[in-house]
Design a protein around this ligand. Structure first.
Ligand SMILES: *[C@@H]1O[C@H](CO)[C@@H](O)[C@H](O)[C@H]1NC(C)=O
Length: 278
């Protein structure tokens, strides 16, 4: 009896990290860049030429809203939830953070130039709350312990060095590095400096990276660049023209960690079929 129970526990334990076709993934990082049409992103040297042969390019991927903030909320909550402007939003709904914690999994929102201390203001220097969706959920913004643990500024290198990468990482470069105030070529150079070393760094060998824009630059269609990369996925040079949106990646993330769903658009969105390196 005891033996059966402990085997069940082992199976359950690993099941948290399996699913969606790939068990090699132990952490997922979403990196969000700003306001660029697919055609402009794919014309950049790093995003357009260097990354696609190494990764899984999603060539028919769409933002769900304009302006920025609704897309960020959608990425982690499965819906825009009424956040139709960039003004501060305060929501009583659940986000993927709740699903992760319910499974005993960890997450962090890494926000460049975030001042810390559960700062709820809309802007501080080059940090903007509209690009930090987790501060829009009152169960996080209203809980100093939870904020302090999960919403941080420049702690990623330390976490990687300590072998303490959270299971889910939401990375927002600041208003310059994400291209918002600087343009796609600037964001492309920043991305190369940030991401390229991580693609071969052993600390990230089990990390799935998702590089995505929040929204297109032109209003319609909301057609954006999106690519998956990682040492654990077998996808080099793959291109997928299935229609996906921010909800598809949220559903994929939920599948990877067997999280269930939030009952919003994530519940019905198609998951992106990932394959592991054998
Ligand atoms: C605040 O967050 C901590 C850490 O996530 C959690 O243990 C605690 O229950 C939360 N408090 C409330 C009142 O929700």
């Amino acid at each position: 009896m005891q033996l059966t129970l402990s085997i069940a526990a082992i199976v359950l334990g690993s099941a948290q990290l399996v699913s969606a076709g790939c068990s090699n993934i132990k952490s997922v990082m979403t990196i969000v860049l700003e306001n660029t049409d697919y055609s402009e992103a794919i014309a950049q040297s790093y995003m357009g030429a260097t990354l696609p042969p190494k990764g899984y390019l999603l060539t028919n991927y769409f933002g769900v809203s304009h302006p920025s903030q609704g897309n960020y909320i959608a990425m982690v909550a499965g819906g825009v939830n009424g956040c139709k402007s960039d003004s501060n939003c305060n929501l009583g709904v659940k986000s993927v953070a709740d699903l992760l914690e319910a499974k005993g999994l960890t997450w962090k929102s890494y926000q460049e130039s975030y001042p810390g201390n559960c700062y709820t203001g809309s802007r501080s220097g080059t940090y903007y709350r509209k690009h930090n969706p987790f501060m829009s959920f009152t169960s996080i913004s209203g809980n100093a312990t939870r904020c302090a643990r999960n919403v941080v500024a420049s702690q990623l290198d330390k976490d990687a060095a300590n072998n303490a990468l959270p299971n889910y990482m939401f990375y927002s470069p600041d208003i310059n590095n994400d291209g918002h105030d600087t343009g796609a070529a600037y964001a492309d150079r920043w991305l190369k400096s940030f991401l390229e070393p991580k693609l071969t760094n052993p600390a990230y060998k089990d990390t799935l990276f998702h590089v995505v824009f929040d929204e297109s630059d032109t209003t319609s269609p909301n057609y954006i660049y999106s690519i998956l990369l990682g040492q654990g996925i077998a996808a080099a040079g793959k291109k997928d023209s299935t229609k996906y949106t921010h909800y598809s990646f949220l559903a994929t993330l939920e599948g990877i960690f067997d999280l269930g769903n939030l009952g919003q658009n994530d519940a019905t969105a198609a998951k992106i079929p990932l394959k592991c390196v054998a």
